[in-house]
Ligand binder design. Structure first.
Ligand SMILES: [Zn+2]
Length: 393
């Protein structure tokens, strides 16, 4: 490590990173409604003190992204650090052993809603930028730090950034991986409804009607689940094949009426290499074939959300420099992993920006008693600062 690199790392103290994460945990940003602007204001005030320009970008009332810029001379790449400020709801408070909005510390861990998803990433990325600024690092490239709103409900904050001209050469999203792992990719998603239409009849004369629930459960869903989809399994993903789960069903009006309508919602997840539009076309074709076999079957498909799966190559500059930063700070090379869900990394990747997820934490996000280890938080902050210095310096 060079003298300048050591000087940057010396700016990072456990006490300050912990205090920042505690402070932002105490601001309730449960989405809905979000209220991320209140948190963005607090971060902006901290950045103002450090002389780092930061602007709120309002998306709706009380809901904003923050865009902090550590500008270089313009002769190097633009690196984006992105993490979301909103959290999922608390759930049943009785399942929490701590106040979810206190940021309490027990045995080297900070507890609270959002401390693992994704306020730990916000705190680490903001502190990394501050460390570079305090060390008076001359930058060629630009570091953008964007704490965003609305990740948990359709990535709306990051999509808003992209729609308003955000550009970057590479990006890290602060979703948990721990300081020992780099998440190279995410699975994608295809969320759709299937609707069957039948004909009502008196419940005592079912043969006079067409039962839409029977058609859904006995014809459509078995056929859907029998389909095989082309894909290439990649080693790093915990679940490295596409999955499909029928998670909502509705239909029927009364015990003694044959139902003429049934609807299900299906959560399908795709692996890198698969394209949502191609998978959709395959399912539509299969449903058409099924209708030909059963002339009284009428089924429709409606896609209401989709995101592209991706895996960023190990030999990319982004992954190589981050890998070296992990190795230099921890003494050990990181492992690579793939994430089973989706995040703001998916729209960034779809916009052509090479992206990985790297952040402190563990899978306790969305659960009661969400926690993050302080040592993990500090290590990630150091690694992010070193990575930004090497990319932008
Ligand atoms: Zn998240």
């Amino acid at each position: 490590m060079t003298e300048l690199e050591q000087k940057v790392l010396d700016q990072i103290t456990e006490a300050e990173v912990v205090a920042l994460l505690q402070e932002i945990t105490r601001i309730n940003t449960v989405n809905p409604p979000g209220n991320e602007a209140a948190l963005a204001q607090v971060l902006k005030a901290k950045l103002d003190q450090e002389g780092i320009p930061a602007e709120l970008q309002y998306v709706t009332e009380n809901r904003a992204n923050l865009i902090a810029t550590l500008a270089g001379t313009g002769t190097g790449p633009t690196l984006l650090y992105n993490a979301h400020m909103d959290t999922v709801p608390v759930g049943d408070r009785a399942n929490w052993k701590v106040d979810p909005f206190a940021g309490e510390i027990i045995d080297g861990k900070i507890y609270g809603r959002g401390v693992a998803d994704d306020k730990q990433g916000v705190a680490a990325m903001i502190m990394a930028a501050i460390a570079l600024k305090r060390a008076k690092v001359p930058l060629k490239g630009t570091l953008l730090v964007t704490p965003v709103m609305g990740e948990e409900t359709g990535n709306i904050g990051t999509l808003h950034l992209l729609e308003n001209g955000l550009q970057a050469d590479m990006a890290v999203v602060g979703e948990w991986s721990s300081h020992r792992k780099i998440a190279l990719g995410y699975r994608g998603s295809l969320w759709f409804k299937l609707k069957t239409y039948g004909k009502t009849a008196h419940g005592s004369r079912p043969s006079f009607g067409i039962n839409a629930i029977d058609h859904m459960t006995e014809l459509v869903l078995p056929h859907l689940k029998s389909l095989t989809f082309d894909y290439e399994p990649t080693e790093i993903f915990l679940i490295n094949y596409p999955t499909l789960s029928v998670n909502v069903i509705s239909g029927g009006v009364k015990t003694n009426v044959v139902p003429d309508y049934c609807e299900v919602e299906v959560d399908m997840r795709l692996v890198p290499g698969q394209k949502p539009a191609e998978v959709e076309a395959q399912i539509r074709a299969a449903l058409k074939d099924l209708e030909k076999l059963h002339p009284d079957l009428h089924v429709e498909m409606e896609v209401f959300e989709q995101s592209f799966p991706f895996q960023t190559p190990v030999d990319s500059e982004l992954v190589q420099v981050l890998t070296q930063a992990v190795t230099d700070v921890t003494g050990e090379a990181p492992e690579y992993m793939g994430k089973t869900g989706c995040s703001d990394a998916n729209p960034l990747s779809a916009a052509g920006i090479p992206v990985v997820a790297f952040g402190p934490g563990n899978p306790s996000g969305h659960e009661p008693n969400e926690w993050v280890e302080i040592a993990d938080l500090v290590k990630v902050t150091e690694i992010l600062a070193l990575h930004a210095l090497r990319i932008c310096g």
